[in-house]
Design a protein around this ligand. Structure first.
Ligand SMILES: [Zn+2]
Length: 218
């Protein structure tokens, strides 16, 4: 463990997710030398992950750390994130539109699609296909794959060109046999963990782009 004075700490290994890819940082607690610290933010800084704390006073490099994640929020993010993969696949198949932005929260999320107009988008139809897919209960697989193999796989719906060219081995998330997408985020193990969604809003953002908001039907 290392200390970035006045900012936070860097651990040898961590279960805390750093903000990125539309997913917020994990929250939770760290216990260092018997003292409780709230994790205020988690950010990537080059190759390391910095856990931001209110104060680093009294913390020394090499201290052992025990962490407790805010699991309710993390699990919400995992479900919303996996739902996002499924919606991206459905929208690509039905409208040929790409997911060009997303912001995930534990209890709701928003996604941007392009090219797609509000007139062509059918919220109820997308929600219906979503329900149909989750009823199949497909498992979620996470593994690494070669970029060249992914390039020729029709289950990969996104263009790999937008990923940094020097990365040849990609972490991918597969909705078993249905969709494959490179991603560094956190996901659930099975579509069985999802519920039907409701698309609560769809609005035009101009230039052939729409923004959609959704949550799980309570
Ligand atoms: Zn993902």
């Amino acid at each position: 463990m290392d200390v970035k004075e006045g900012v936070g700490i860097i651990m040898d290994a961590t279960a805390f997710y750093p903000k990125g890819g539309g997913q917020n940082a994990d929250g939770g607690l760290l216990f260092i030398d018997g003292k409780e610290h709230e994790v205020e933010d988690v950010r990537k800084d080059g190759e390391v992950i910095v856990h931001h704390l209110a104060s680093t006073i009294g913390i020394s490099p090499g201290d052992s750390v025990q962490g407790v994640l805010n699991w309710k929020n993390r699990y919400g993010n995992m479900r919303m994130h996996t739902a996002q993969h499924l919606i991206s696949a459905i929208v690509k198949d039905n409208y040929g539109a790409d997911t060009v932005g997303n912001q995930l929260y534990p209890d709701k999320a928003r996604m941007d699609f392009s090219p797609l107009s509000k007139q062509d988008f059918e919220p109820e139809e997308v929600a219906r296909i979503f329900s149909e897919q989750i009823s199949k209960g497909l498992s979620i697989k996470i593994y690494f794959a070669e970029r060249k193999d992914l390039n020729s796989d029709p289950r990969v719906r996104i263009s790999l060109n937008r990923l940094p060219p020097h990365i040849s081995n990609l972490r991918v998330i597969e909705i078993d046999g249905y969709d494959i997408c490179p991603c560094a985020g956190t996901h659930i193990k099975s579509l069985k963990e999802l519920r039907p969604i409701e698309i609560t809003r769809a609005k035009s953002k101009g230039k052939g782009r729409i923004r959609v908001e959704y949550w799980f039907v309570p």
